[in-house]
Design a binder for this molecule. Structure first.
Ligand SMILES: [Ca+2]
Ligand SMILES: [Ca+2]
Length: 227
């Protein structure tokens, strides 16, 4: 390698070092100023439903954020926040504590990343806190039975206070053979002997109830036949 080649080599090395320094400086610049970005909400998902009255809010971390302010409100303008809390840099989630249980209804939420005087606000997402839909178990949909005093069973719904069971030969449930409201621990009902169901086709459904919130199951049908 002659002196000329050596010079070119050193020039290339110098260029690489200069470029690396420039990338580093630009990177630090963007992270400290321009790159201080807006937070991205993660969950609860936008336009989602949850039966969780103490939901967990989660968002993506923003590099160099010093604090996050989480706002949750049933007002879309955040004028009466149910949650207004400022968290540290390492915290990118928050679970509503049991003593601050959310009522059923629609809510809006957003996160503001804070660094000194600079604030970056996320999009506003909305979600609904509601009771879960009951899932029917038996008699199975489109099934047949010879039992005139069948047992109806469904899965328990978290936070339900009552279940209303409706059984009718009329799909509109306007002349129910069974219309009974049960407590939250009861997720089955057997028709008593004195109320034997005549042979025929029936429809049935369950309504889970909590205060003024009601959530209705699918309607299933079954037939009581002699053989
Ligand atoms: Ca509010
Ligand atoms: Ca009827």
């Amino acid at each position: 390698m002659d002196e000329k080649q050596k010079g070119i080599g050193m020039a290339i090395v110098a260029c690489i070092i200069a470029a690396a320094l420039a990338v580093g400086v630009i990177g630090v610049y963007f992270l400290t100023e321009e790159g201080f970005g807006t937070p991205t909400p993660v969950s609860p998902l936008n336009d989602s439903e949850t039966a969780d009255n103490t939901p967990t809010f989660e968002w993506e971390s923003v590099p160099n954020a010093e604090n996050y302010r989480l706002l949750v409100d049933n007002d879309s303008d955040f004028s009466s926040p149910e949650v207004d809390i400022t968290l540290g840099a390492g915290e990118n989630s928050y679970t509503v504590p049991d003593e601050n249980t959310f009522s059923y209804g629609s809510y809006y939420w957003k996160v503001i990343a804070i660094k000194g005087d600079v604030e970056r606000e996320s999009d506003t997402w909305t979600f609904e806190v509601t009771i879960e839909e009951p899932t029917l178990v038996s008699p199975l949909n489109d099934s047949e039975t010879t039992d005139n005093t069948p047992t109806f069973e469904w899965e328990s719904v978290p936070n339900a206070e009552n279940y209303r069971l409706l059984v009718d030969n009329d799909l509109e449930f306007s002349t129910p053979e069974v219309d009974i409201t049960l407590g939250d621990g009861e997720n089955s009902y057997t028709v008593p002997d004195e109320n034997t169901l005549p042979y025929g086709s029936y429809y049935w459904k369950v309504i889970a109830i909590r205060g003024s919130v009601e959530r209705e199951s699918d309607t299933w049908t079954f037939e009581i036949s002699e053989v």
